[in-house]
Write a protein that binds this ligand. Sequence first.
Ligand code: ADP
Ligand code: MG
Length: 321
Amino acid sequence: MSLAEFALIDRIRARTAEREDVLLGIGDDAALLQPRPNEHLVVTADTLNGGVHFPDDTASFDIGWKTLAVNLSDLAAMGARPAWCTLAMSLPDASPDWIESFADGFFALADEHAIALVGGDTTRGPLSLSVTAMGQVARGQALRRDRAQVGDDIWVSGTLGDAAGALQLWQRGELNVATATLLADYEALRLRLLRPIPRVTLGLRLRAFAHAAVDISDGLLADLGHIAARSGVGAEVDADALPLSAALRGVLGRDAARDCALRGGDDYELCFTAAADQRDALHALAESLRLPLTRIGRIVDGQGVQCEGERGPGGYQHFAD
Ligand code: ADP
Ligand code: MG
């Protein structure tokens, strides 16, 4: 390892929060962690590649934020409490300024969720950031994709399609991802693309209410399709019920906004199913978290995802899983 890399890792180590269950963190050949007894270890990994998972000119703060956010979102979708993570970085060059503001974004989110960075790897190569995140959940309490039941309501958090809307604007050359804009709607969408908010607290609270859950990274239809396939059930979505932000409707119009909500990815909201007798409890939960929870459909006998109100043959479209 070169001197520059040592300096870089020292920079990162200095930023990491301490946890009592980290017996040995960054600096040895591997970390020593002390998981809680009677809890399952929940492990997930996600990689972001420059130019593929984010535009090349994305600010390093935002790359740092998103690198961790997408992983925390997976833990949230399992109902897990975040604990530790590792970070593998492939960097074309190790500019201290770039690292510093990458770390600003990464640790802003890490500290908020008390997750400790306990190790990683640093190499030279095309820009690529890979996190392995670990969390814990009490035995039998994890939220899984394969537990949806016929008759369940289908719910989503927040609003859908905003990140995809921002990406469309960027692709059309109407939005610069690297700098803030004074156009309020554009800025709202830009932030949804660059700073997704992992729904960790919601995931923890949903353990008491939800049967199945998934985070929406590839678009509602695709990700709900995973719940349907893994649970051996069908899903019906009411397109008129989709929660669309005023910004998305304002910028794209209703039809395009709805299309983003159904097919766009990168929102990192949670989609979950729950028995119909949980409606009041879930509305109360939404209020206490100050996060909209919207009922968008139901789980039915059958397979695949159907969307009512979508243009398609007979105004009713079937999406195979
Ligand atoms: P090794 O060669 O034994 O794999 P390294 O010299 O690559 O170890 O890394 C030294 C220490 O720094 C290890 O504890 C490793 O986990 C940590 N580390 C390396 N890169 C990173 C990084 N990007 N983020 C956090 N920790 C890192
Ligand atoms: Mg070693």
